[in-house]
Ligand binder design. Sequence first.
Ligand code: SF4
Length: 570
Amino acid sequence: MKITVARTAGFCMGVRRAVEMALDASNSSLDSLYTYGPLIHNPQVMEVLAQKGISTIDKIPENGKGIVLIRAHGIPPKKEKSLSDAGFKVINATCPRVVMVQSIIKKYAEKEYAIIIVGDKNHPEVKGLLGYSQNNGHTISNMIELETLPEFNKAVIVAQTTQDTIFFNNVEKWTKTNFPHYMIFNTICNSTEKRQAETRDIAGKNDAIIVLGGKESGNTRRLFKIANKTGKKAFHIEDISELDLSSLSSAQSIAITAGASTPNWIISKAYREIEKNLRKKGKLSNAFYKTRDFLLHANIMLAVGAGSMTYACSKIQSFENIFIHATIAFLYILSMQVMNNLFAIKPDQYNNPDRAQLYKNNYAIFGITTCIFGAAGLFLSFRTDITCFSLLFIMSILGLSYNLKIIPPIFGIKKIKRIKDIPGAKTILIATAWGIVTSILPAISNSGNLFPAGIAFIFSTGLVFVATALIDILGIQGDRITGRETIPILIGEKKSITIIKQVLIAIPIILISTSFFKIINSLGFFLVIPPLLMLYITIYIDKENIKSRMKFRFIIEFNYIIAGIIAGII
Ligand code: SF4
């Protein structure tokens, strides 16, 4: 049984850009924020925006205050002016590809060409485009409407960006035969074309296809139509909860695609639910997945990874007193991570709803666990070395205060109240804490040399930095909604991937050269495996449309354990 997620499923560039602009404005400004018309045709996203205080206005008042965001579909220029005249600050989030169609219409309308738009009359994008046609625009949505239009001396044909490509090709053919003097611009967005072509392809290759997206979303409805035409079992749903999963029981392979306004977390949820449902069929695989999910959600896997990394970092420095520090790292990371998850129940409902549910249902147990493990780690470090204890104590206090509102509103920055609100803090602080606990604490109590300790620190901090940033990339949409300023949100996914790759190339070079010059022992040659594995995962994540975060979290966290296994063997 196989589940395939379309590479093109989910937000297109324009929708993603508009949603990001709305969420960024909401996270960085205290002004009232409105969108002119619903930002996108997706009820779940609209609900989230409403929760963030972003409301919709459909009419332009005489006087207005605050920010109005123009959605990806664009609006007629007169309406944009009316919004500014009313007193609103206008943020124009019209998709650049729609702007290009607007520019074509504007240019030719000024030269008195008739404008023919192939599109749906009531679609907001088409209404916006007509606004540029200087009252000489005509919309056609079928061949009869095209054929009954009068002949124009000069005319330009453009398409609504999400139009059906086959219909537009027919329009083009007919026009070339009957009115060869008309100018034709195929303005169908290639993202739409690719999405439609892939839907046709995966619907053909699988037994059933699920099309996710708003019932009001024109492009999602078109995808469903395409999927349906293939004769395979096709479902158009907004959320997986609408589907009776038993209707998929006879399918050996299932494809999932989604409209341009469907967020990743809806697609991930559908993937997870179908996967869970399929698992029920095999007892062994069911037990494996349940255990995997628990180890990941409860952070046991991560804590074992911290112990393994400490073991590797200590062995690379030829220390003998290793296991006590591996245990301290296990206890500290487990305690801090469980505590962070307890504070993250609300934001986790988008990126990790199963984890949010687990922590909500077992709040007291996890609360007690974090205290016991934290205290045990401090006790062990006290028994080991007073400097280690002092450092771990400071790190524990910092970890505790990470989620608390302790930062006073200085310099008028009212949005930064907690350490975790500082942009990029999460990735950098987690990586540094891991570096200290896995390499510096063992070096202190073993009276280690500064240089090897520094190399071990770079190895550990670098690996944890890239792992955290990769997981942040997979959850970027949910983080944006909850206002988390992770590194991928700050600098963008592409730049983050570039930095991750650079770090993953730098670590093996440092390990090999320092092993070669005997600053660290020969284990350094073998410890290049975890960063290289991570590089492979990064390239894969960069290329594929990853929807199963659990699978990748498992691989990423298992990579730490691989470092420990290598250190144990060599
Ligand atoms: S479908 Fe294409 S044109 Fe339309 S919003 Fe998305 S990227 Fe822009």
